[in-house]
Design a protein around this ligand. Structure first.
Ligand code: NAD
Length: 475
């Protein structure tokens, strides 16, 4: 997979009711390659009228999709998986081209992970949880209805898949609005939807801006549930829109996760894995461990190790196999990160960073921040760039207090030579996930946030249940 393989074409249509059709407005959205800084393709800017049509298509498809047997829905999802898997290379090059993720990470994470998630839902769709009896009640699980899915740009297919696959498996129908920064990979998904022959209206695609299409979906009177991934600020706006009609909302929002390295941990490994986690996808990862908490007695050593690890993050063309750090997704994102770095310096932090960045592309150099006050902006706000704050602590209680001193609570990590001690700290962390000693990501485990990191869970059976209503039938 090379830069020459990235040859996206303009996409002029929306996918509604099982067919490609023109958008109702005349507007278009330019898609930029953040390495070349050039526009590479256009997609239509959908309108609220398009959303109306897509929701109507999803509504008319709902009853018959929900009435299929679990095995029938699973068979459709299997066809979708196979059709998407054929496009794996194109997905990886598309995400690298429109987002800037290094190609190896694109293949493994941006492509491999959503295929794994879809494969899981193929199986879960076929084997629904049994209906249970509670006293004289039979408890039924039913699909919520029409789901509006609104997604961000940082894992553009995975975040779509976590919603669409789970919703379809549960028997819901979907209207998707992908991020305007990375809509091309969503088109590949809908090429696969079409090829797989999903019944018309079951899955619909309306690209567009958040303020037009996103707001129209969130506020639509016939959308039963809004499933959103993105920033906390937008999540709040979407909640307000959905609250007017008491529609169900699930929110996967931002994070400022702590990587707690206890004094009996293997410091070298913990720091190296911690840096890799913080800089994955150029730090544009909601679960990134952006605060590294280290024992005060080993602070200088940890800083050295972190700076050394960071200096190995070669910046360059994300299509080059040797590149470990691609550009940020957009000029606006780079500007935002630069603003945080400026503010960090003003608040007393010291940036340890290599000299210079490539002369084109929206790069921010891999940066380790020392002397960070845990209450300061760079320790509290989600920066969404390759920036890691290293913060010292005295004892385990102080480590937990600093880790929990955040309005977010999405993810985190603990490292210790003693698994029981690590688990004890993990239990005290107010976050939706904690990885002990670098344990691997589990795509079947519930994923979601405490506090302002969100509401509800995605992935695995917990993610599927999010798209169900529960009914009690007394007999
Ligand atoms: P964003 O909130 O700006 O946009 C997300 C989506 O919402 C986009 O599709 C956008 O068009 C749409 N949108 C924007 N304004 C809207 C409105 N008024 N009404 C309806 N829709 C609207 O976020 P982003 O910049 O695309 O993504 C980065 C953010 O997403 C980060 O904060 C990151 O932490 C978060 N994120 C969270 C998770 C998670 O699972 N918790 C995963 C990935 C990203």
């Amino acid at each position: 997979m090379a830069r020459a393989d990235f040859t996206p074409a303009d996409r002029g249509e929306l996918y509604i009711g099982g067919r490609w059709r023109p958008a109702q407005g005349g507007g278009s959205i330019a898609v930029e390659d953040p390495f070349t800084e050039r526009v590479v393709a256009h997609v239509p800017a959908g309108t609220p009228a398009d959303v109306d049509e897509a929701v109507a298509a999803a509504r008319s498809a709902f009853e018959s999709w929900a009435a299929l047997s679990p095995q029938q829905r699973s068979d459709y999802l299997r066809k979708l998986h196979d059709s998407l898997a054929k496009r794996a290379d194109e997905i990886a090059t598309t995400v690298t081209g429109e987002l800037g993720t290094p190609i190896k990470v694109s293949a493994r994470v941006q492509t491999g992970l959503p295929l794994t998630v879809l494969d899981g839902y193929v199986r879960m769709a076929a084997t629904p949880q049994p209906e249970v009896e509670v006293g004289n009640s039979l408890i039924l699980r039913e699909p919520v209805g029409v789901v509006g899915a609104i997604t961000p740009w940082n894992y553009p297919l995975h975040q779509v898949m976590a919603k669409v696959a789970a919703a379809l498996a549960a028997g819901c129908t979907v209207v998707l609005k992908p991020s305007e920064l990375t809509p091309l990979v969503a088109y590949l998904l809908f090429d696969a939807v079409h090829e797989a022959g999903l019944p018309p209206g079951v899955a619909n695609l309306v690209p567009g801006t958040g303020s037009e299409v996103g707001a129209a979906i969130a506020g639509h009177s016939d959308v039963d549930m809004v499933s959103f991934t993105g920033s906390t600020a937008t999540g709040r706006r979407i909640s307000h829109l959905a609250a007017d009609r008491i529609a169900k909302v699930s929110l996967e929002l931002g994070g400022k996760s702590a990587n707690v390295i206890l004094d009996d941990a293997e410091l070298g490994r913990a720091v190296k894995v911690g840096v890799a986690n913080a800089f994955l996808n150029a730090g544009q990862t909601c679960t990134a461990w952006t605060r590294m908490l280290v024992p005060a007695t080993r602070y200088a050593e940890a800083l050295d190790l972190a700076a050394q690890a960071a200096s190995a993050y070669a910046m360059g063309d994300p299509f080059e196999e040797t590149t470990r750090l691609g550009p940020l997704a957009s000029a606006a994102q780079r500007q935002r990160v630069h603003g945080f770095l400026r503010q960090g310096r003003e608040e007393g932090a010291t940036a340890i960073t290599p000299e210079g960045v490539p002369d084109r592309g929206y790069f921010v150099a891999p940066t380790v921040l020392a002397d960070v006050d845990p209450k300061s902006t760079v320790a509290q706000e989600e920066i969404f760039g390759p920036v890691l704050a290293v913060i010292p602590f005295g004892d385990d209680d102080e480590a937990v207090a600093i880790a929990n001193d955040s309005r977010y609570g999405l993810a985190g990590a603990v490292w210790s030579g003693d698994p029981d001690r690590a688990l004890a700290v993990a239990r005290r962390m107010r976050t939706g996930a904690v990885d002990v000693n670098g344990a691997s990501f589990n795509p079947l485990a519930p994923f979601g946030g405490y506090k302002q990191s969100g509401l509800g869970r995605e992935l695995g059976v917990f993610g599927l249940e999010e798209f169900q209503q529960v009914k009690a039938v007394q007999r």
